[in-house]
Design a protein around this ligand. Structure first.
Ligand SMILES: O=C[C@H](O)[C@H](O)[C@H](O)COP(=O)(O)O
Length: 250
């Protein structure tokens, strides 16, 4: 159940700090991705050591499989009903704690789980902290039906927001399309910068073939940024000094 020796010390520091927030009896959402996996391992170790009684919902099949392999029991979100806290990773975190998520194609389930939680705690390394969202391509989960039409409608929406011409690329694994846990496809929007995340989120949500986009706005309550030396910085909204964190990440 211990972490592998290669685990990133910054991710481990963030994961440990988040797991320290877990209390006996809590209902927890477990995120997806490499940082969330480190957290799931830390959580399983704490549960085993302290005999904590938790109810856990997973944000992906991969997380459910990992958690169960470590002895954590996973229940459906609907059976649990509501969660005290979700701990998840992110691809980008801005000074308002707005996020880009979905680098692992799990943002749809992640958003549903986060929305059903009293508190969303994000764990990340300093490289995820940005002044403005958008360098990480924004994942958008879309239906297979009318896939190219949806891509055109997204392009039109970007033009309407004066975001100009940008690559909107289908996510592939090798030469095969990435298919999400819900059986949908992913388009990655290479925007470089998103000056108005709320406007873009609204525009994308209006497109019928869009199932969910990876902008998490106003959902994150606390970001725990791990550092290589094992310490962490905890950020509430408007607390982020991206330059300082970037220097520490070098
Ligand atoms: O779809 C995946 C999730 O949103 C992940 O939480 C996000 O991509 C961060 O993953 P990682 O911790 O591997 O960088």
């Amino acid at each position: 159940m211990s972490q592998s020796p290669q685990v990133d010390p910054a991710k481990l520091a963030a994961a440990k700090a988040a797991v320290a927030l877990v209390e006996d009896g809590m209902r927890l959402g477990l995120g997806t991705g490499s940082t969330a996996s480190v957290m799931v391992r830390e959580l399983a170790a704490r549960v085993q050591a302290e005999g904590l009684s938790l109810r856990c919902a997973a944000t992906s099949r991969a997380t459910a499989e990992l958690a169960e392999s470590l002895g954590l029991r996973i229940e459906s979100l609907d059976d649990i009903g509501w969660l005290d806290m979700t701990i998840d990773g992110a691809d980008e975190v801005d000074p308002d704690l707005h996020l880009i998520k979905g680098g692992g194609a799990a943002h749809l389930r992640e958003k549903i789980v986060a929305a059903a939680s009293d508190r969303m705690v994000v764990i990340a390394d300093p490289g995820k902290v940005v002044e403005t969202l958008g360098a990480f391509p924004l994942p958008v989960e879309v239906l297979e039906f009318g896939f190219e039409t949806t891509r055109k409608l997204i392009r039109r929406a970007l033009e309407g927001l004066e975001l100009g011409e940008h690559d909107i690329l289908q996510r592939l694994k090798g030469s095969d399309p990435v298919v999400t846990d819900e059986g949908n496809l992913i388009l990655d929007l290479h925007l470089e910068v998103i000056p108005d995340p709320s406007g873009l989120a609204r525009a994308l949500s209006c497109i019928p073939g869009v199932v969910e986009h990876g902008l998490f706005l106003g959902m994150c309550d606390l970001a725990i940024i791990g550092r290589e030396d094992g310490s962490v910085i905890e950020l509430a909204r408007n607390d982020i000094d991206a330059d300082m964190l970037a220097q520490e990440g070098e």
